[in-house]
Every structure is written in C-alpha cells, then in structure tokens.
Write a protein that binds this ligand. Structure first.
Ligand code: CMP
Length: 143
C-alpha cells in the first residue's frame, strides 16, 4: 500500500472501537499490513459455508449479515465481520453482502494474529462480539 494511503487509513482506525487500546504506532502497522478492498452494492463479500480466511473492518458503506433467508444484522463504518474465522478453520457462518458501495480493510488470519494478538483488549472485544453474535444468530434462526 502506498505510504500516504496507509497513513490515512491509520487515521481512520483511531475511531474504531475495536482498536481503541492500540497505540498510533500499532494503528499504522495494522493499516499498512491490511489491504483495502472495495465492493459494489449487491456484492457478496463472504459466503456462508466458504472457507474463511480473512477479517474485515468496514471503512465506508453498509453490509448485511444474512443466513437462512434472514437478515441477522446491518453493519456500517467501524464495525467488523469475519472474526469467527479467526478463531477456527471452519466455514463462514453467514453471508455478508454489501448493500451500498463499501470499502473494507482486510487482514488475513495470519496478519491479524501476528499484529493484534498481543493486545488483551482487542481479544476481549472480539470474544464479546463472537458470543453476542452467536447468541443473536441462534435466537433469530429459532424464531
Ligand atoms: P464468519 O463466520 O467468519 O463469517 C460470517 C460473519 O458474519 C461472521 O464471521 C460474523 O462476523 C458475522 N456474523 C454472524 N452472525 C452475526 C450476527 N448475528 N450479527 C452480526 N454479525 C454476524
């Protein structure tokens, strides 16, 4: 990633709640390690059942998380998805579809753990998201 672009993504990352505990230096490392990908409205960013390799932080836009014909959540800037695949090599638990033109910072599982595993607050926030989302998904799919 060109230096200037890395710096502007790093600035954006300072507003991301998941990364609130990271130093400016860590944020710059995360920004320059990940790659920024753009999606059009209607694009399926991750598909339920796919092999999951990456973690996605939404920089701009809007996505819907869907499974079994139900919309489980709508996520926007500074939210993340794909975190479940960081913890185990299992298929994606839901489709995530862009519902507006969207940009995400994408980190592979390896990049994520090498840059962020040292920070207990990041891990705690991720675990809380996984637990809350699994609970919400079971509830939505049983209704
Ligand atoms: P993963 O299973 O890797 O890929 C699909 C993603 O959808 C999943 O990680 C979560 O990030 C996200 N997801 C699944 N269920 C929910 C939910 N109930 N609310 C918000 N996001 C979810």
């Amino acid at each position: 990633m060109p230096k200037g672009e890395g710096e502007s993504v790093a600035d954006r990352l300072s507003a991301v709640p998941l990364f609130a505990s990271l130093s400016p230096r860590d944020l710059r490392t995360v920004a320059s390690t990940g790659s920024v990908r753009s999606f059009a409205a209607g694009d399926t960013i991750v598909g339920k059942g796919d092999k999951g390799l990456g973690f996605y932080l939404i920089l701009d836009g809007k996505v819907e998380v869907r499974a079994e014909g139900k919309t489980l959540a709508t996520l926007g800037p500074n939210s993340f998805f794909g975190e479940m695949a960081l913890f185990e090599e299992q298929p994606r638990t839901a489709d995530v579809v862009a519902t507006a033109p969207s940009r995400c910072l994408v980190l592979s599982r390896w990049e994520f753990w090498s840059e962020l595993a040292h920070d207990p607050e990041v891990l705690r926030t991720l675990m809380a998201a996984v637990v809350g989302r699994l609970r919400a998904t079971s509830k939505a799919l049983s209704e």
